[in-house]
Design a protein around this ligand. Sequence first.
Ligand code: MG
Length: 173
Amino acid sequence: MLSKTIETAINAQINAELWSAYLYLSMAHNFEADGKSGIANWFKVQFKEEQAHAEIFMNYVNSRGGRVLLQPIEAVETEWATPLDAFKATLTHEQKVTSLINNLYALAESEHDYATREMLNWFVAEQVEEEDNAQQLIDKFTLIGNDGMGIYMLDQELAARTYTVPSPLAAGE
Ligand code: MG
């Protein structure tokens, strides 16, 4: 059984993951409208990943006899002038999510909730990847600058990204 403290904290994290999903969906449509369908695709995959993160937490709360309590999702920005702006905003956001996960981890330790700490290990590793992905794209778009051909090529590359079900969900939990 989850303690109330941990249940409340995970419910807040579920909201943060759903807000992330909403943010990336907004970015996807910003670039869809801008004719950059590859970048839009990359953010749509990101949107699905964030939904999956929320789902992993929701499944976990249920498996520990807690209650999932969905809260309103705050509005997100709707415009990013350039792909570089959007990927910089992505990195800043993911760094914030990393600190939320770290806080949750510290809380699980202080509450002696080792099952929650164990569940969070997957997210600790996932955040390393999220920050790295954003940084790599910042580097690429910085290198390209305003070169139209470069942006076109990178848009084509990002069109190839496909969604993979994260392992905690693929395991059928
Ligand atoms: Mg996430």
